[in-house]
Design a protein around this ligand. Structure first.
Ligand code: 18C
Length: 259
């Protein structure tokens, strides 16, 4: 039985308690933990096969060249450091559908197919077409939660959003032949750091640093030339991370800090 306290906890702390009875829950929970573990591994001291392809100030992006059946699925790992916002604020703007159109530049349409819980949604998105290739859509669950496993000891708090493709009976891929369906696994991991001399009560935005790790693997769902895909990645991923983080900083200015 779900109590009012459970509801409050779910909304406030992202425990996933309201989503627990859902058919997708075992997969959501398992994927979040796996992806968090993978994101925490970083790229290793010597790059470990990861190639740096974008290096702009604090933002670093790495990719590994990988193909499956001739299709490029290069995994991406990126790190960024942003001042003046918390991990929860970053994740809030990434997860919440009402802001997506403000920062997601490749989006054409977004529908919420299932509202599983305040911290767990299923989305269908159509993305802009790159002529002459077919248009792409993506159907995925999205889950936001606070991580309290004691691993990041120096951080004040850790929040994640994890997105992964799933199926939906009423929305099969290539419905009416319009779109090819991409397959994605994405995790955004954010950690808040506060100036050492401050406590939560007397912290101002000048005392906040948010460390971000964003990892993604996108299968384009149908053949596209490798060189074209890699050119899209190279341009679109840095554009996304700069635009998204800049958007969150702007939104949070002059608002009370949300821990
Ligand atoms: O994580 C991000 N966004 C989340 C919320 O929307 C969510 C969604 C991810 C979908 C990403 C896939 C987008 C495909 C877009 C098609 C190409 C459009 C390019 C338009 C250019 C004007 O997790 C942030 C995602 C940041 C995405 C960066 C671009 C990734 C490119 C992936 C290419 C996929 C195949 C495109 C096929 C083109 C064929 C020539």
């Amino acid at each position: 039985r779900i109590t009012d306290d459970d509801k409050l906890n779910s909304e406030t702390f992202g425990t996933g308690i309201l989503a627990r009875g859902h058919r997708l829950w075992p997969e959501i929970d398992k994927t979040c933990l796996e992806q968090l573990h993978y994101a925490r591994q970083g790229v290793g001291e010597d790059g470990n096969g990861w190639q740096l392809f974008a290096d702009e100030g604090e933002m670093k992006m790495y990719r590994r060249e990988e193909e499956v059946d001739g299709m490029v699925i290069d995994p991406l790992k990126s790190c960024h450091v942003v001042k003046g916002v918390t991990a929860r604020e970053m994740c809030h703007y990434f997860f919440s559908p009402e802001y997506r159109n403000d920062w997601e530049t490749t989006l054409e349409e977004m529908t919420i197919l299932e509202n599983i819980a305040p911290d767990t949604l299923v989305f269908l998105q159509t993305h802009k077409r790159i002529w002459p290739a077919s248009q792409r859509d993506a159907l995925f669950w999205s889950h936001m939660r606070r991580i309290d496993d004691g691993v990041d000891k120096d951080a004040n708090d850790v929040w994640i959003v994890c997105n992964r493709s799933t199926q939906h009976e009423e929305y099969p891929p290539a419905n009416q032949g319009k779109c090819l369906r991409i397959h994605l696994t994405v995790i955004l991991v954010c950690q808040t750091y506060i100036t050492e001399t401050k406590t939560i009560e007397n912290t101002t935005r000048d005392d906040l640093t948010c460390k971000i790790t964003y990892c993604s693997v996108v299968n384009p769902g149908g053949w596209a030339p490798a060189s074209v895909l890699r050119a899209i990645y190279k341009k679109e991923y840095p554009k996304f991370l700069k635009r998204f983080t800049g958007y969150v900083v702007d939104q949070c200015k002059n608002k009370p800090i949300m821990f």
